[in-house]
Ligand binder design. Structure first.
Ligand code: SF4
Length: 238
């Protein structure tokens, strides 16, 4: 699976060029933030603050690769951690998954199903005191923290451990990198990538729907021109 590799490299380049020094944490299964099991509603009066809303930029996307880019389970934090934030701030959560070969050359359906399973995890992690509101169309994610969670010492490392634990329950997932960003500048730079990820997923859907294989008359051509491996995925079978 190399379809997302260019976006992964672009994302990592933006992060590496940032003057911010990231905090990084190895996955620690003894320090996983509690999963509430279900989406939890945190009322305004119980809320400490929110991030990714109120006009602040927010972006969220998930990338899959088999190229060996992610060799450890780890969490990266750029900008202030939860305990240091006092009011609304920008927010990005990016997940890069190293998986076993999804067999996309030989079995598109299997590859797409695997991506769907991974997408499912994205919306089914419920850290306690951490209310996620997603806008799937615009790829935004807004988080409301409860006062209680702040008191108990919630941190991106602990929430990241929960995400990693959940992703590692999906068969085929080898390594997971979760990146949290609260720096406005960085979030803004990464915003366009979410649309590119969406375009890849949409093109995969069209291919599975039996899109004709005439590139000259295909509305997906701009995506296939840009994304390495997409054309092979569609036409390689014929
Ligand atoms: S490979 Fe050609 S026909 Fe297939 S989706 Fe891409 S542009 Fe369209």
């Amino acid at each position: 699976m190399k379809l997302y590799d260019k976006i992964i490299n672009d994302t990592l380049e933006v992060l590496e060029a940032s003057p911010l020094v990231e905090d990084s944490y190895q996955y620690d299964e003894t320090n996983v933030w509690k999963d509430a099991g279900n989406s939890e509603f945190i009322m305004q009066r119980d809320a400490a603050f929110e991030i990714g809303g109120g006009g602040e930029p927010s972006v969220n996307y998930t990338l899959v690769t088999t190229s060996g880019i992610v060799s450890e389970d780890e969490i990266y934090v750029y900008g202030e951690d939860i305990g240091d934030i006092s009011g609304n701030s920008a927010f990005a959560r990016i997940v890069i998954l190293e998986t076993e070969d999804l067999g996309e050359e030989s079995d598109q359906e299997k590859a797409f199903q695997a991506i769907r399973n991974l997408e499912f995890v994205r919306y089914h992690v419920f850290p306690e005191g951490y209310m996620v509101r997603v806008s799937a169309r615009s790829n935004q994610e807004q988080i409301r923290f409860s006062k209680n969670a702040i008191r108990k010492g919630i941190s991106f490392a602990r929430v990241g451990n929960l995400y990693i634990k959940k992703y590692k329950e999906v068969p085929g997932v080898k390594k997971v990198r979760v990146i949290f960003i609260t720096d406005r500048n960085l979030v803004e730079k990464l915003l366009p990538n979410a649309d590119k990820v969406d375009n890849i997923t949409k093109t995969l859907t069209h291919i599975l729907d039996g899109l004709p294989t005439d590139c000259g008359h295909c509305s997906m051509k701009p995506v296939c021109d840009e994304v390495d491996g997409m054309r092979e995925l569609h036409l390689g079978k014929h």
